[in-house]
Design a protein around this ligand. Structure first.
Ligand SMILES: [Zn+2]
Ligand SMILES: [Zn+2]
Ligand SMILES: [Zn+2]
Length: 416
């Protein structure tokens, strides 16, 4: 545990030290029961894994395959282009049609012509409008290419030079990994079958040929979606829509002139709004279409040191469907299967009074509150940080600290 009182009043904060040397607020640390230590969120200390994807509005879980199919967007709800709240479908009495309406800012889709006699058809229209974009095809081609391409860094990023990669390397990598996993499973199955034949008793030749066929099919599938398809799609891109051509400079100058005449800046879309709609990016705020909100993830955190020791080392594991079960029982939902947070294990140190100078002396004083969430006895040691003052090494058990600049506070749990 370390305490940083760099200035008398400014930058006064309590930071907890992870074993790796990283200092962090206690709220962001986990606690590993296997290694008996706080664990920080840096990749060298803990690994994070996506457990499931879900839509924050519909509260439905999606497996990773479906999530990537929807390009990490909600499957069927849209958010308001102005305020990003989720849109509801409303019925227009005069026009006898359903349309999107923002209950928060009263934005509606009537001006865009996004209306239909059926609420489901309305959603389908909005989704198929997204699908018509040229970039959508490119994305799908890239997606299938990377999900089947032989994974490992060198090939996975070769396309980024042409500007077609959007920093999705992580999800692409994980897709490639899942493909590898599939093959590994397949290998295992083959191995099992082979062993069973060796043990005799049954005729597994037929099963084995089937497995071999499947293997061939997997290989074919991989080849099919690779470069030829991708190259074709990328070549088609420049001829469509938004790409640069010789008259682009003139056009954008004209556009800028027109924009400079504009007085009401509310009519021009903001950069943020355009990024929410990366495939259209209209300048005119009236032309902004509702976009689908991004999916959220539930994450599992695991302790690196515990993994190295051979245990699962799970620090936090979310409940995938926390609200499922018998609703007649008075049991409140639990959001986590496991949540080992440092606040439940480590003494919490807070300032009751910030450091102040004692009158007519050089001394600084402060009042600390130490709360122990466990029943164990703790011993508190104050120590000047050796990095700051090499000469003030002696520890003081009575709470008098020689150098106020930066000092360590060590709490040792004494097993009772
Ligand atoms: Zn750490
Ligand atoms: Zn949604
Ligand atoms: Zn709105």
């Amino acid at each position: 545990m370390a305490q940083d009182a760099a200035d008398e009043y400014e930058g006064v904060c309590v930071r907890y030290a992870c074993k790796c040397g990283h200092l962090a607020p206690v709220g962001s640390l986990f606690y590993s029961e296997t290694c008996l230590k706080p664990v920080c969120r840096l990749p060298r200390c803990s690994v994070e894994e996506f457990e499931s994807y879900y839509c924050g509005n519909l509260l439905v879980n999606l497996p990773s395959k479906e999530a990537s199919m929807y390009q990490n967007r909600s499957s069927r709800c849209f958010s308001c282009p102005t305020c990003e709240n989720v849109l509801s479908t409303a019925f227009h009495d005069a026009q006898q049609c359903f349309f999107f309406l923002c209950a928060h800012c009263r934005w509606d889709s009537l001006a865009l012509g996004l209306a239909d006699d059926d609420p489901d058809a309305l959603i389908m229209t909005a989704i198929s409008r997204e699908r018509q974009s040229a970039h959508e095809d490119i994305f799908q081609a890239l997606h299938s290419h990377y999900s089947t391409a032989p994974s490992s860094g060198n090939t996975a990023f070769s396309v980024s030079a042409s500007g077609a990669s959007f920093g999705r390397s992580n999800s692409l990598q994980s897709l490639a990994d899942s493909m590898k996993e599939l093959q590994r499973e397949h290998q295992m199955k083959k191995f099992r079958l082979q062993r069973m034949t060796e043990m005799g008793g049954w005729k597994y030749d037929q099963a084995l040929t089937k497995v071999q066929e499947k293997e061939q099919w997997l290989l074919d599938q991989r080849r099919e979606h690779q470069w030829p398809e991708l190259a074709k799609q990328l070549k088609a891109l420049p001829s469509e829509g938004t790409s640069w051509s010789s008259d682009t400079a003139v056009k954008s100058r004209e556009m800028l002139e027109k924009l400079s005449q504009q007085r009401d800046m509310g009519e021009i879309s903001t950069l943020h709004q355009r990024l929410l709609n990366p495939l259209d990016q209209p300048r005119d705020a009236a032309l902004l279409f509702p976009s689908r909100p991004l999916l959220r993830v539930k994450r599992t955190w695991r302790c690196v040191e515990s993994i190295e020791r051979g245990s699962a080392g799970i620090l936090v594991k979310p409940q995938i469907s926390p609200m499922s079960g018998d609703s007649s029982l008075p049991v409140s939902a639990s959001w986590f299967k496991k949540a080992n947070l440092a606040v439940h294990y480590l003494p919490i140190v807070t300032f009751q009074r910030l450091p102040y100078r004692v009158e007519d002396t050089e001394r600084l004083e402060c009042v600390l509150l130490v709360e122990n969430p466990l029943d164990d006895v703790i011993r508190i040691t104050f120590r000047a940080d050796p990095a700051v003052s090499a000469d003030d090494q002696e520890a003081a058990e009575n709470g008098q600290v020689p150098s106020p600049l930066l000092w360590n506070l060590q709490c040792v749990m004494i097993a009772s």
